[in-house]
Design a protein around this ligand. Structure first.
Ligand SMILES: NC(=O)c1ccc[n+]([C@@H]2O[C@H](COP(=O)([O-])OP(=O)(O)OC[C@H]3O[C@@H](n4cnc5c(N)ncnc54)[C@H](OP(=O)(O)O)[C@@H]3O)[C@@H](O)[C@H]2O)c1
Length: 848
């Protein structure tokens, strides 16, 4: 197209029967002026967004774009585009810099929260703008742009932005506003579950024929407000622990900006921030032994008001596209942190970061979460331990988890060719689920477990054989080749593997994490970590339709993991593994169950009073969610009914006995009511009243021979023995709870059985005597407790060593300090029934 006198013009027409009626005339662009030489002066960039989070996210994206600017003119173009090529939104800020590198650094400071963001104030009159802002056409020196920046950060909305662009600046490509990624469409909600019965009422069995389904939930991640900074006390110390020197440096600076005193050793810190290295794919199964020991040590050393902030990467899938990158070991260790802190009543927070975010941005995000922690406010005895703050950041945007209803998965016909494999199938849950699979049409079920079939279980399987083929093979799920061999043998007989239900698992007795060696914890984690990896791999390799991992709410609720941190860790691994492994060919689902009332392990017993499900109801929900995919949580609701119709609660009595004040309704025993010894400072319920000890398992009864308190004259408070014992009591409280209760009533401290077990153990270690745990429940104050201990306990030297079985449930108690055996009920000087119930627990832990 040859150039003539005038500009070249063209036209495009479109007219159609459908109503198109358009004629467009195009004219060639004017010749671009030659832009040579350096662009003088500083540059200013405005960042605006619908909210603060959007401004910070946009600043992060701008920073990346400025990094890619090739020369000063492109930098000027980028500033021009940001300032005049974007509509102003409600929130704004501005930065200044001499070149692209300075601007990128300043923008990252915005992204990291170090630069204030203002709500644009439309109230500033437009006519004031020329005086406020840099005058149009004036040289764009540092003073001018600095003024503009100050005005923008103060909320002035009317700035003549075009006047700040050098002549010749052009619009260019620049990231646009980030999407808020928030869903606003109507989501299907499962029918609301029937209102849970009052906590004291027995669990109502679902009426025959009703379609009552337990609540099922999934976790989704929503964009969330930046955390609100709390007051960081002047002397608050924090220790960042990371193997990345650049992050440590940036984090130290960011924490100092927030007013924290950064210290080099965790032992001196009120808050410890442990940042997991992003790293590549971890070994599977992961070796968590070092993590376990370090966590136990950290939590033990943390002061009572302290916080453990754990930072990981890829522990959660904030967006669906991230699922394949989820690291189950990160999810598992994060859960262990939360459970361990809940157990020892310390604060925890878990933050999942985007390794793609620059180091400074991540450092700012961690510092912002740190600043929002409840500094210096220990949870204190008697208050519910916190479950831990959870947050995630992706591309500068903060997210928080939210539970939404999980509708049942696609229906699945269990009839047909092939077979189902149930691991741990001789266990209580496994047996119930096999029966339920057969009830719903499964024709062939292969069962594996490590034990040999006993008479009872083989009778149960034979009973099912009338309706389906059921066969058992002995196999340890931790051994991948043994599991594959079992599948090969079942397959040779029945053909295709259609689905795997992984029920193998075990639980350790309740106990504090810092006294549980990894060699014990691994017995719980192995079948759930290695076993789950093997089960899922087998299902996928054989093209099975589904794999279900039978998991627990201890893997998703920190409080449910108290005393069971290993179990919590293992179940969290299963839940995250299902999120990662779920695919189109083989659906992988992990079910987080509460306690199944009336069946199986007592793993969730600590939580069962408030969180349990009837076993039949749970088995129905299992089938509904056979192919839901990912992690499905069943929080449960019904209170636990008595097992087998007996009055024995499913929660081990020693772990659930509520505090019974010394002056409870129990009738006084003969010899009661002795006055306190002269010299005591006042009447103490412990010393002046006889309190028959009640049998925890049978309320209202008094075990034969139960000793009455108060018959022993109390030593004078303040005597030498008392002073020593009071010192032991103080030490024990400080060791376990982080503080001495002083004159406060012990019953107001809300001690639960785990804490009592710990206190008892420490008292025994310090005092070298057997301590009756029930004294802790009946003493008025720490002083009373010291007096009672002086009066009540006898020194142990010369006492025969405890039989091994009494010291340790497995009898392998070599190596631990010697402890006297618990006194046998009925013997003179016997401890209470409660004490007898608690003793196996204490004895188990003592040898650690
Ligand atoms: N019962 C509940 O209320 C409840 C609540 C929430 C979650 N769960 C979960 O449900 C699952 C089953 O619990 P349950 O109550 O049925 O417990 P259970 O009665 O103790 O059964 C567990 C079974 O796992 C088997 N097992 C353990 N380690 C194994 C290994 N390495 N290889 C093969 N099999 C192994 C055991 O058999 P061998 O020792 O013979 O191998 C046992 O039969 C567990 O994963 C548990 O976390 C149960």
């Amino acid at each position: 197209w040859e150039r003539g006198e005038g500009p070249r013009r063209g036209a495009v027409s479109a007219f159609g029967m459908g109503g198109v009626n358009a004629h467009v005339i195009l004219e060639e662009a004017p010749e671009a002026p030659v832009r040579a030489g350096a662009v003088p002066g500083s540059r200013v960039v405005r960042v605006t967004g619908a909210d603060e989070t959007a401004v910070r996210a946009l600043a992060a994206a701008y920073a990346d774009r400025f990094d890619a600017a090739r020369d000063d003119w492109e930098t000027a173009d980028l500033c021009h585009t940001a300032n005049v090529g974007r509509s102003p939104l409600e929130f704004q800020t501005a930065v200044v810099g001499r070149d692209a590198a300075e601007l990128a650094t300043a923008l990252r400071a915005v992204a990291a929260g170090r630069v204030p963001i203002a709500r644009a104030d439309g109230g500033h009159p437009a006519e004031r703008a020329p005086e406020d802002a840099a005058p149009a056409g004036a040289p764009h020196g540092p003073a001018d742009v600095a003024d503009v920046v100050a005005l923008v950060r103060a909320g002035h909305a009317h700035v003549d932005w075009a006047a700040l662009s050098p002549p010749g600046a052009r619009a260019t490509d620049l990231p646009t506003y980030p999407f808020a990624a928030q869903k606003h469409w109507h989501t299907h909600r499962a029918a609301a579950p029937a209102a849970p019965p009052a906590p004291t009422a027995p669990a109502a069995a679902p009426a025959a024929g009703t379609d009552r389904r337990p609540e099922a939930l999934r976790v989704v991640w929503d964009t969330a407000e930046a955390p609100s900074p709390a007051d960081v006390p002047g002397r608050a110390t924090v220790c960042p622990v990371t193997s990345d020197p650049a992050l440590r440096e940036a984090l130290t600076a960011a924490l100092r900006d927030r007013g924290a005193v950064v210290v080099g050793t965790a032992a001196d810190a009120d808050t410890v921030i442990v940042v997991d290295a992003p790293g590549g794919p971890a070994a599977e199964p992961p070796d968590l032994s070092a993590f376990w020991t370090e966590l136990a040590d950290l939590v033990k050393r943390l002061p009572a008001h302290g916080t453990l902030l754990r930072v990981g990467h890829h522990g959660v899938a904030v967006h669906g596209a991230e699922r394949a990158r989820v690291r189950p070991e990160t999810a598992a260790t994060a859960m262990a942190v939360r459970a361990a802190c809940a157990e020892s009543r310390k604060h925890s927070a878990v933050v999942d970061l985007d390794p793609a975010d620059p180091v400074e941005v991540r450092a700012r995000q961690i510092a912002a979460e740190y600043a929002a922690l409840p500094h210096g406010s220990g949870t204190g005895p008697g208050t519910e331990p916190p479950s831990g703050v959870l947050a995630a950041y992706r591309r500068g945007v903060r997210y928080a988890p939210r539970a939404v209803a999980a509708p049942p998965g696609p229906s699945y016909d269990l009839h047909g060719d092939g077979y189902y494999l149930v691991t741990g199938g001789l266990g209580a849950v496994g047996r119930l689920l096999i029966r339920r699979l057969v009830d719903r049409g499964a024709l062939r079920v292969g069962v594996v477990g490590r034990s040999a079939l006993d008479a009872d279980r083989s009778a149960e399987l034979r009973d099912l054989s009338r309706r389906a083929e059921v066969a058992y093979l002995s196999c340890d799920v931790r051994d991948a080749s043994a599991l594959a061999d079992a599948a090969r043998r079942f397959g040779a007989r029945w053909g295709r593997l259609r689905g795997v239900v992984h029920c193998s698992g075990r639980v350790n007795p309740f106990g504090a994490m810092h006294r549980r060696p990894w060699s014990d914890a691994v017995k719980v984690t192995d079948p759930k970590i290695t076993g789950s990896l093997n089960a899922v791999r087998l299902a996928r390799e054989r093209g099975a339709d589904f794999a279900v991992l039978v998991s627990s709410i201890a893997g998703s609720m920190a409080r449910a993991g108290r005393g069971l941190v290993d179990y919590s860790l293992a179940n969290a691994y299963q839940l995250a593994l299902a999120e990662r492994e779920n695919g189109t060919a083989t659906t992988v689902t992990a079910h987080a169950w509460p306690n199944w009332t009336g069946t199986g392990m007592e793993a969730d017993a600590s939580y069962s009073a408030a969180h349990s499900l009837g076993a039949d109801e749970a088995a129905d929900a299992f089938l509904d969610h056979l192919r839901s995919g990912g992690a499905v949580v069943f929080p449960g609701a019904a209170p636990t009914p008595a097992r087998n119709g007996s009055a024995v609660p499913s929660v081990p009595a020693g772990l659930s006995v509520p505090y019974a004040p010394a002056d409870s309704a129990a009738p006084p025993a003969p010899g009661a009511g002795l006055p306190a010894e002269a010299g005591t400072t006042g009447p103490s319920p412990l010393m002046t009243r006889a309190v028959p000890v009640r049998d925890a398992a049978r309320p209202g009864t008094h075990p034969a021979g139960a000793r009455t308190r108060g018959a022993t004259p109390a030593p004078a408070a303040g005597g030498p023995d008392h002073a020593v014992m009071r010192g032991h009591v103080r030490d024990a409280f400080v060791h376990v709870l982080g503080e001495d209760p002083g004159d406060r009533a012990i019953r107001t401290l809300g001690l639960d059985s785990l804490v009592i077990a710990e206190l008892t153990t420490v008292l025994e270690q310090r005092g070298g005597r057997t301590v009756d745990p029930s004294l802790l429940m009946r003493a008025g104050t720490a002083d009373d407790l010291a007096s009672a201990l002086v009066a009540d306990t006898q020194p142990s030297p010369g006492a025969p060593p405890a039989p091994a079985a009494a010291r340790n449930g497995t009898g392998d108690g070599a190596g631990g300090p010697h402890l006297p055996a618990p006194k046998a009920p009925g013997a003179p000087g016997i401890p209470s029934a409660l004490s007898a119930l608690l003793h196996p627990l204490l004895a188990h832990d003592r040898d650690r």
